[in-house]
Design a protein. Sequence first.
Length: 83
Amino acid sequence: MNDLPVHLLLALNGAGAHGLPVATLLVDLRRGGHHTLSEPQLVAALRGLADQSHAVSFGSALGQQRWRITSRGKSALHEEGLA
């Protein structure tokens, strides 16, 4: 994995079952070293993680679209020694 998917999984892992919206992830990742990251690039990376079943998109109780890590994503972090 390259840095962006790993950093995304780490952020989602920290958020737990509540997940995070794209806007929050974008700000956090830009602060964390991905300074030129655009929202379309972030969404593409999230969809890539979803294709691997490492993350999933869901609607919160208040209708906000959020992303959270799956057990497979947690396992991937664990196998890399990151969780």
